[in-house]
Design a protein around this ligand. Sequence first.
Ligand code: CP
Length: 306
Amino acid sequence: MTKLSVRHLLGIKNLNENDIQTILDTAAQFKEVINRPIKKVPSLRDITIANVFFENSTRTRLSFELAEKRLSADVVNFSASGSSVTKGETLLDTVNNILAMKVDMIVMRHSSPGAPHYLSTRIPANVVNAGDGTHEHPTQALLDAFSMREKLGDLAGKKIAIIGDITHSRVALSNIFCLQKLGAEIMVCGPSTLIPKHLDELGVKISHNVKEALAWCDVANVLRIQLERQQIKYFPSLREYSLYYGINKAMLDDLNKEIVLMHPGPINRGVELSSDAADSPHSIILDQVENGVAVRMAVLYLLAQQ
Ligand code: CP
């Protein structure tokens, strides 16, 4: 059986191309499983997984929980609000108390970059990063790559534009690492205040013109403006951002080419995407969500073999 080179999924940076292909190929098998009338397999029976979320989530948390249940794992869910974290308990104490209840694997979202890496060196369980601050969101990048591969085939040589708030996005960095390892070309596009200095050192093209990015790419992966992470103003107003960087259906139709529109969610409708673009035939946004369950099943299954 093919195994991963890692014991934890902390980021795409730590994976090699073979790991990524193994996860995507395994996810394809699990996608077939979850489209059967009986969607469950016994692969993780007797494994207990805790979903430990210190930050809000809709898609990632539900997707992990469904993936775990489809694999027949036992599941417990922890949210920081309403827990003893509010009384001052440390992250490590909290997780060690969860592990004392015979939990085998931790899926964690945290606002601090590096929090899952810190845990992984201090606890005996496998750790899966479900998003750490502005750093990485590896399962999002894997499900994005899976969804692109389903639509376009081999991603080598394909052109992917990542458009929006790159500075505050964990999805952007994980996408860049993942898609480059699969041979794709990347352009990032947004106002200069929302593109980190020195990003070109990662080998990505940079544009500040959304029409140029759309004309160049096969796939536009549009990111949300992360106002909750912005302590200062990075652009004058949402209205102005939308005017210069918002994408609508007419812009996509006018390209006169096949273009795939993606967004990791949650969407700010009317800001980075108009509703007619988000709901258009170009969009595979809900396919991404469906694929997230299969990809997370693959990640959990493969890590449990380690
Ligand atoms: N894409 C994503 O991570 O969404 P949630 O924040 O809802 O989990």
